[in-house]
Design a protein around this ligand. Structure first.
Ligand SMILES: [Zn+2]
Length: 302
C-alpha cells in the first residue's frame, strides 16, 4: 500500500504565503520517513513451509486449484502434510512444485489430543516411512500439536523425536516454548521447525535464546503475533530475522478449508514485509532456508 501523506495536496497550491510554504516544508519533512518505508516487495521464489491438504479441502480445492494458487503467488515448493495422510499422497503426485512430504500424526481429529502417548501412531509412522510417497521419501513428521507442554515427555513424543534424529527427519511442531525445549532435549541436534514460532506471543528474546540453545531449531512465521503491525515489521522482529536469517521460514498454514481462499493474499503480505529486510535475508527466509534444509534445486525463473 502506498504511504499517505495527509495534508500535502492541500498546501501544494499555496506557494504565495510564506507561513504556508513553511508549513508545507514541515509536512514534507515529516513525510520523509514514510517515503523511506516504501520498499519494493520481495519478488523472488517462495517456499510454503506449512501447507495442509486436509480431507475437507480436497473437494473445493482439487490439486489443479492448489497448483494454480501456488503458481499465481510464486510459491515454487511446499512442505505438505494432511489429515489423514492420503491428501499428501494425492497432492505430491502432481508434477511441478518442489514437494517436501511430511507424515502427519493424525488419522482423525481424535488423534490430536492423544498421539503423544499412542504407540499405534509410531507404528503408522514407521510403515509410512517404509512406503514413501509419489514425490520420494518422507522428509519429516508433523505438523503435530501439544496443548500441554508436559505431553512433550509422552512416550510416543520421545520415541518420534529420537526417530527423527536417527532418520534425519525434520519435525513441524505447533507447541509452546517449554515444549520446544523439552522435545529438542529428548533428541539434541534434531531438526525442528517451530510452527508459528510461538503462537502465544513468546518474547523475541525467548525465541532468540532457544535458537542459540538448539542449533536444529527453525521458526515458521504464519499467524505469529507481534511480527507486523499495519504491514510493517516490528523492530524487534526485524532485528531477530536479520540476525538469524538462516533460521526462519514462511508458510500458509491452510489448517481450515477457508484459508485456501486467502492463499494468494497471505503470500502478498509476506512479500510486503520480506521487502523490508535486506535482500539476502529475505531470499533466505522466503526460499533459501528450506532449500538448504531439504536439498531443493533453485527454481528456474518464470
Ligand atoms: Zn498448521
Amino acid at each position: 500500500m502506498a504511504p499517505r501523506v495527509p495534508g500535502v495536496p492541500r498546501f501544494a497550491a499555496a506557494g504565495a504565503r510564506p507561513e504556508l510554504r513553511m508549513h508545507r516544508r514541515a509536512l514534507l519533512l515529516a513525510a520523509l520517513p514514510l517515503v523511506a518505508h516504501a520498499e519494493a516487495a520481495y519478488a523472488g521464489p517462495l517456499f510454503d513451509a506449512h501447507l495442509h491438504y486436509n480431507d475437507d479441502a480436497q473437494q473445493p480445492h482439487p490439486p489443479a486449484d492448489v497448483l494454480a494458487r501456488m503458481a499465481r503467488c510464486g510459491v515454487r515448493g511446499a512442505l505438505v502434510n494432511s489429515r489423514p495422510n492420503d491428501g499428501t499422497l494425492r497432492l505430491v503426485a502432481e508434477p511441478g512444485p518442489a514437494w517436501v512430504p511430511f507424515i502427519r500424526l493424525y488419522r482423525n481429529r481424535a488423534d490430536y489430543g492423544t498421539w503423544f502417548a499412542d504407540d499405534s501412531i509410531r507404528r503408522m509412522v514407521l510403515s509410512m516411512l517404509d512406503a514413501g510417497s509419489p514425490a520420494g521419501a518422507f522428509r519429516g513428521l508433523g505438523e503435530f500439536h501439544l496443548y500441554d507442554s508436559a505431553h512433550a515427555d509422552g512416550p510416543t513424543a520421545v520415541a518420534l523425536m529420537k526417530l527423527a534424529r536417527e532418520r534425519e527427519l525434520t519435525v513441524l511442531a505447533h507447541v509452546d516454548d517449554v515444549a520446544v525445549d523439552k522435545l529438542l532435549g529428548h533428541a539434541p541436534g534434531a531438526s525442528l521447525i517451530w510452527a508459528h514460532t510461538g503462537l502465544s506471543g513468546e518474547p523475541t528474546a525467548r525465541v532468540q535464546a532457544l535458537l542459540q540453545k538448539h542449533t536444529g531449531l527453525k521458526g515458521e512465521l504464519s499467524y505469529r503475533p507481534g511480527l507486523t503491525q499495519d504491514g510493517r515489521l516490528a523492530a524487534d522482529w526485524r532485528a531477530l530475522l536479520t540476525r538469524h536469517a538462516d533460521r526462519f521460514l514462511v508458510g500458509s498454514d491452510t489448517w481450515v478449508t477457508q484459508r485456501w481462499q486467502h492463499y494468494e493474499g497471505l503470500f502478498a503480505d509476506y512479500r510486503g514485509w520480506l521487502g523490508q529486510l535486506p535482500a539476502d535475508t529475505a531470499m533466505r527466509i522466503a526460499w533459501g532456508n528450506a532449500a538448504s534444509l531439504f536439498g531443493l534445486p533453485t527454481p528456474a525463473a518464470t
